[in-house]
Design a protein around this ligand. Structure first.
Ligand SMILES: [Zn+2]
Length: 113
């Protein structure tokens, strides 16, 4: 998949505006740019993260890429590793939040006698 890429349009779920995403892979390095305000300000936008997760529900351009193409472009890149790490941390966060809720429930019951 090296030296390949594509561009597509995605629609904002909040404003309905269309943004352009360019995704390409060269020398094993994946880049993915979006024209939305968040991305232009240097932040990770949900459009890119959704697309890289293989979620095409916001893609609006004809002849848009399929999920397999995106996952092929991602495979073996640093971006794939970082997304994996992010998902792992989010999963641990959810588990910790559930444990905290459980402890608070137990503490509450303990205090009530
Ligand atoms: Zn964006």
């Amino acid at each position: 998949m090296d030296g390949q890429g594509f561009q597509c349009q995605v629609v904002s779920r909040t404003t309905g505006e269309l943004y352009e995403i360019h995704l390409s892979r060269k020398d094993g390095r994946l880049t993915c740019r979006c024209t939305c305000p968040a991305a232009r300000n240097g932040r990770l936008c949900k459009h890119r993260l959704s697309l890289l997760d293989g979620d095409l529900s916001d893609v609006r351009s004809p002849g848009s890429p399929d999920r397999e193409t995106i996952l092929d472009l991602l495979r073996g890149t640093e971006v794939e590793a970082l997304i994996g790490e992010l998902r792992e941390m989010e999963s641990r966060k959810a588990a910790i939040e559930a444990a905290i809720r459980g402890l608070k429930d137990r503490l509450g019951r303990q205090l009530d006698g």
